[in-house]
Write a protein that binds this ligand. Structure first.
Ligand code: PLP
Length: 381
């Protein structure tokens, strides 16, 4: 199988597997234990925390390990918006469900939520955010890059707006951190989340960045209560091997991100050029600087993409978002960007990754084109 679904998850880098194996064998002690073995595990966890902090331009004391971006998003949103005088949240229509549903739960608890619409590329503007702010706005949450359309949001511009207004800004950077430079100060964010498994690290581990400025002004309320790990914000024994694996993933990423992003953009170009020779398609996402370099969303009109992917068994791509387990409904992201239902029905998302070769890109284009030309993929007239 040619795996081209790197937005859903990535395979672990060999360096990650090695680090986790080392950790499982030599750092099994509880990093909170005061004996030598515990101290050794603690040191390795702190080394990983340092690597994560350097990756995003944060201080080590601003990094909290979680079980993934879903938990990080829940913790950021529900942790900031506790009952009180601030009762309004601003987000966008194209966020991941873990953000949208966290906001929905706040709404059910009596808070107000403004969900900003997006343009045809899936983008919001800083001006929209500025217009939505109110005196009682407690949080703005905008993702760095979209998991379906690859749209990069103008987070630094939004950060300038929220800074000026004194409103905390949360950014779900899960899809962006693997291919874009991320600097929390340049972005002007107070909270930022991502997951290990989208950057060739392990599943079940993630990062929540909380600026020290925010912690001092308005400490987050934890979701889990217990042993007080992660400075009281995330109780539960630290997942040492996964955290150490994440540290290794961050090391590999930091060493080669720029060249790798350029290589992946080249593979995407090759894939699209090969496909264009064989079958007509429409691009739903852009391929310019406002979009992630390694991914593309496109539609074969008149084709049922779900059916197509069942037939083209030797490549792994997806329709819409795999993070959404019951993907029967049309994608909320493509719908928000104004795509017609027929175009959404024929849409697929292709994401190239670290182990994809040029031959894979060409073979995948040929396999998809053959599938589209096959009878069963076509919509019955
Ligand atoms: N946010 C975005 C933008 C995502 O693409 C995903 C993907 O799953 C998540 C959050 C959730 O990450 P996880 O499943 O690792 O919690």
């Amino acid at each position: 199988t040619i795996y081209l679904d790197h937005q859903a998850t990535t395979p672990a880098d060999p360096a990650v597997v090695e680090a986790m194996s080392f950790a499982a064998t030599h750092c099994f002690a509880n990093p909170s234990s005061p004996h030598a073995a515990g101290i050794r595990a603690f040191r390795e966890v702190e080394r990983a925390r340092g690597a994560v902090a350097r990756l995003i331009g944060a201080a080590r004391s601003e990094i909290y390990f979680t079980s993934g971006a879903t938990e990080g998003n829940n913790l950021a949103i529900k942790g900031v918006v506790t009952p009180g005088e601030h009762r309004h949240v601003v987000t966008t229509a194209v966020e991941h469900k873990s953000v949208l549903d966290s906001c929905r739960s706040l709404r059910a608890a009596g808070h107000e939520v403004t969900v900003l619409p997006v343009d045809g590329e899936g983008r919001v503007s800083a001006r929209q955010v500025a217009a939505a702010l109110r005196p009682d706005t407690a949080l703005v949450s905008v993702m760095l890059a979209n998991n379906e359309l690859s749209t990069i949001q103008p987070v630094a511009e939004i950060g300038a707006v929220t800074r000026a207004a004194g409103v905390p800004l949360h950014c779900d950077a899960t899809q962006g951190v693997g291919s874009l430079p991320v600097d929390v100060r340049a972005l002007g964010v107070d909270l930022l989340t991502f997951s290990g498994h989208k950057i060739y690290g392990p599943k079940g581990v993630g990062v929540l960045y909380v600026s020290n400025g925010l912690s001092d002004r308005a400490p987050l309320a934890p979701l889990l209560h217990g042993g007080g790990q992660e400075r009281g914000l995330r109780a539960g024994t630290v997942n040492t091997a996964a955290v150490i694996g994440l540290g290794a993933a961050v090391g590999v990423l930091a060493a080669g991100r720029e060249e790798e992003s350029a290589r992946l953009a080249g593979l995407r170009e090759r894939f699209l050029a090969t496909l264009a020779e064989l079958v007509p398609y429409t691009l739903n996402s852009g391929t310019g600087p406002g979009f992630l370099p390694h991914a593309v969303n496109l539609s074969f009109e008149g084709t049922d993409a779900q059916q197509l992917l069942l037939e083209v068994t030797d490549i792994a791509v997806s329709t819409g978002s795999a993070c959404n387990s019951s993907a029967q409904e049309p994608s909320h992201v493509l719908t928000a960007a104004g795509l017609a239902p027929e175009r959404i029905r024929g849409s697929i998302r292709v994401g190239f990754g670290r182990f994809t070769t040029e031959e894979d890109a060409v073979r995948a284009a040929r396999a998809l084109a053959a599938g589209v030309s096959g009878p069963a993929a076509r919509t019955a007239a």
